[in-house]
Ligand binder design. Structure first.
Ligand SMILES: Cc1ncc(COP(=O)(O)O)c(C=O)c1O
Length: 400
């Protein structure tokens, strides 16, 4: 089904949702690539970006990839997921992690999210593993599909970490790998530790709307040297002998290029500043929305220090006077870009026929949530415009 969101006679977007902030040493580093001719993936900025990311997140190994989806694909491979296996994926996520599971010929099982923070719900994971699966000497088998369950794939959505410790305990108790999609939450903390530092392997994306961007790019992060070596091998065509062109496996051309990595190094230098700015934007929205009945920002969990990468609120149609999609259209007519959450995965035509486990919350959050403009470079006057437009929408909505 195609939804018509063509601009028609609408004004051009004046206040975008979240765009990259470029203004540090990107130019200097990219110029260094061009001046030296090192523009391919063997340039020094790739190694430098990996080392800086490993240090920033507090893991020993980082492997740069062309994008976050490629990082997920390879992470699942090195974690041992094979064709026909199943991987638990939250129902409310951008589609990439579910797609990465399918690239391997494996199957996602969609798990509901918690109602407060919209993250994969450990209680639902536990329920599925206990009641939906049977333990056998060879591993855990899904009772309804008969497939082996191999891994958990929590996704830290919207700048906020998933509740990792109960998921880690479940993974350990059931012999499952834990692959964390930390793509949207670089710079956030889980119980005082950087997001991406605790799972067996974590993935990051640096696409255009992420907190730091290389235009396109991704990274695998792990403490396991053997997994990092395998990931590096698979992302560079599985080359055993570079002179004789001998390849020991079917590999991938997934390595990040030097120009993108140069941008990444410059962006990463400013990550703490970007996180501070995102949080300040979120704080201002939170205060402003207190005076606007029916708009409720998603809260920060006790275990979390969120980056508020995408500031997201619930819209109570009755109290606010307009539902989330009505508000989206109202703001769009004022050239303000907002975004609902993703279509729940169990409803996605792309993943029709995949298994899911008692989904309710994800569908509700998809219906009521909306993310507001929160670029690092959002001007104070533009944020004021957004806040005023929200109040106006409430006034008009409750006049009817
Ligand atoms: C949660 C999540 N995972 C994976 C990706 C994919 O990253 P990329 O676009 O770099 O392939 C994205 C965003 O695009 C994402 O939001």
């Amino acid at each position: 089904m195609l939804i018509d969101r063509s601009p028609g006679d609408l004004p051009e977007i004046a206040i975008p949702l979240s765009v990259p902030e470029v203004g540090g040493r990107e130019w200097e580093y990219v110029k260094a690539c061009l001046d030296t001719g090192w523009i391919s993936s063997v340039g020094a900025f790739v190694d430098r970006f990996e080392a800086a990311m490993a240090q920033a997140v507090g893991v020993s190994h980082a492997v740069a990839t062309v994008n976050g989806t490629a990082a997920l694909h390879i992470a699942l491979m090195v974690a041992g997921v094979e064709a026909g296996d199943e991987v638990l994926v939250p129902d409310l996520t951008f589609i990439a992690p579910a797609n990465a599971v399918r690239y391997l010929g494996a199957w996602p099982v969609f798990i509901d999210v918690d109602p407060l923070h919209g993250q994969m719900d450990p209680a639902q994971v536990a329920d599925f593993l206990e009641r939906g699966c049977e333990r056998t000497p060879d591993g855990l088998r899904n009772r309804s599909t008969g497939r082996w369950v191999r891994a958990l794939l929590p996704v830290d959505v919207l700048g906020h970490p998933a509740d990792l410790e109960p998921l880690m305990a479940l993974a350990e108790a059931h012999g499952l790998a834990l692959v964390e999609d930390a793509t949207e939450s670089l710079g956030a903390e889980y119980r005082g530790q950087p997001v991406g530092s605790r799972a067996d392997i974590a993935c990051i994306s640096f696409n255009g709307n992420k907190i730091i961007s290389t235009g396109g790019g991704g990274m695998l992060l792990t403490r396991r040297e053997d997994w990092a070596a395998r990931a590096r091998y698979l992302t560079t065509q599985a080359k055993d002998d570079a002179i004789e062109f001998i390849h020991g496996a079917v590999g991938y051309n997934y390595r990040l290029g030097n120009v993108a990595a140069a941008i990444g190094v410059a962006q990463l230098e400013r990550l703490p500043e970007f996180v501070t700015r995102k949080r300040a934007i979120a704080d201002r929205y939170r205060i402003a929305l207190q005076g606007c009945p029916g708009l409720e920002p998603l809260p920060e969990a006790t275990w979390a220090r969120s980056t508020s990468w995408l500031f997201t609120m619930k819209v109570d149609a009755e109290a606010f006077g307009m539902d989330s999609r009505g508000l989206l259209d109202f703001l769009r007519k004022r050239a303000i870009q907002t975004r609902p959450l993703w279509q729940p995965m169990h409803l996605s035509p792309a993943h029709q026929g995949c298994a899911s486990w008692h989904i309710e919350v994800a569908t509700h959050l998809n219906r009521v949530c909306l993310s507001l403009p929160c670029s690092v470079g959002l001007k104070e006057s533009d944020q004021t415009r957004v806040i005023q437009a929200l109040h106006e929408a409430h006034r008009i909505g409750t006049l009817k």
